[in-house]
Design a protein around this ligand. Structure first.
Ligand code: UFG
Length: 339
């Protein structure tokens, strides 16, 4: 049962490799290390006792990708994480995002066709919903115009996969992630943001550990109970486990359609201030933060309707917000100790 995990040294990828190994899958990772480090493979081995195969590969390089697949065609499935994911960066350099996120997907799908590889699990995002009119958001909610080139690459990728599936043997599960946070309980793997973090939780933990002066809370005039924006935060290990369930569903031919879509969230919305309170409670650290203006392009409130994923996949996110924040904090402290 060999599975290719693209982006397998990255944040969600590395946690998924560990969960796949736990279930007895043999894993090959490819990653171009543009936003991750090769030693993540060592950390994975330390957690699971099994060293995953690893090849450094840029999936936008068609020749090298074809060559890789010529040597590794006996795959039961592919979980495709490898992509750029910074919203702001994508606004400044859209072409970089289209080339990377769409180009790599096309190369993978072409090789799936050639080598008769059937099953693809794809990392999509709740960003495809924009600001939904009805909450919680269901999988059949309308896809609104993307607010960034990054978001657009996720919408386009979903279309590319669906259209390709209609004219080939390829089947796919598109997983729409809400806000993944937290880290593995071993604190050996977690999120490693390059430079100044864009996302809330790494910014909180870096501020608390003293790497950043102050957290800016973007906006307190939203139409929410405390005025700050609301998201559906999900623990990365819960998210990783959903990928294993998805690939097992495909291998076992249990899917209802050739392309299935699932929301991966907890179904609970938390405001920025609630996240900060949870952090302060579990870490016993008082966070230095200040309310500032809204961040351009942010939506007010989004959280998932997880009924379909829970019922169909038999999967449910288990970790509470406090558990998520504690694991993020333990990871940040482990990083600080290594320095
Ligand atoms: N926030 C702050 N201060 C910060 C960072 C974030 O107040 O320093 C707030 C944001 O305004 C937002 C919330 O915290 O209200 C969460 O922000 P994140 O940047 O952590 O996450 P987003 O919801 O903006 O973005 C995430 C992913 C994107 C994805 C998007 C889909 O990071 O990749 O969800 O909605 F596109």
């Amino acid at each position: 049962m060999k599975i290719l995990v693209t982006g397998g040294t990255g944040y969600i990828g590395s946690h998924t490799v560990v969960e796949l190994q736990k279930k007895g899958f043999e894993v090959i990772i490819v990653d171009n290390l543009s936003n991750s480090y090769a030693n993540v493979v060592d950390q994975i081995e330390q957690i699971s006792g099994i060293r995953p195969a690893f090849e450094e590969l840029d999936l936008t390089n068609t020749e090298k990708t074809n060559d890789f697949f010529n040597h590794h065609f006996d795959l039961k499935g592919i979980i495709h994480f490898a992509a750029f994911k910074a919203v702001g960066e994508s606004v400044n350099d859209p072409l970089m995002y289209y080339r990377n996120n769409i180009g790599s997907l096309v190369n993978i799908l072409e090789n799936m066709k050639i080598h008769k590889i059937e099953n693809l699990v794809f990392s999509s995002s709740c960003t495809v919903y924009g600001q939904p009119e009805i909450l919680p958001v269901k999988e059949d909610s309308p896809i609104l115009k993307a607010l960034s080139p990054y978001g657009n690459t996720k919408q386009i990728s979903e279309e590319v996969i669906t259209e390709t599936s209609q004219v080939s043997h390829i089947k796919a599960i598109l997983l729409r992630y809400f806000n993944p946070i937290g880290a593995h309980e071993s604190a050996l793997i977690g999120e490693l943001p390059l430079g100044i973090p864009n996302n809330l939780v790494p910014f909180i933990t870096q501020t608390a550990i003293g790497l950043r002066e102050q957290l800016s809370v973007f906006g307190s005039d939203y139409n929410t109970p405390d005025g700050t924006a609301i998201r559906d935060y999900i623990h990365v290990v819960d998210l990783a486990q959903a990928h294993v369930v998805a690939i097992e569903r495909m291998i076992g031919n249990k899917g209802k359609k050739d392309v299935e879509i699932f929301n991966l969230g907890t179904g609970n919305g938390f405001s920025v201030l609630e996240v900060i309170n949870s952090f302060e409670k579990v870490s016993h650290v008082k966070l230095n933060y200040k309310i500032v203006d809204r961040r351009a392009g942010d939506i007010e409130i989004v959280y998932a309707d997880t009924t379909y994923a829970n019922d169909e996949l038999g999967w449910k996110a288990k970790k509470t917000l406090d558990e998520m924040m504690l694991s993020s904090w333990n990871w940040e402290k482990a990083l600080a100790e290594k320095k």
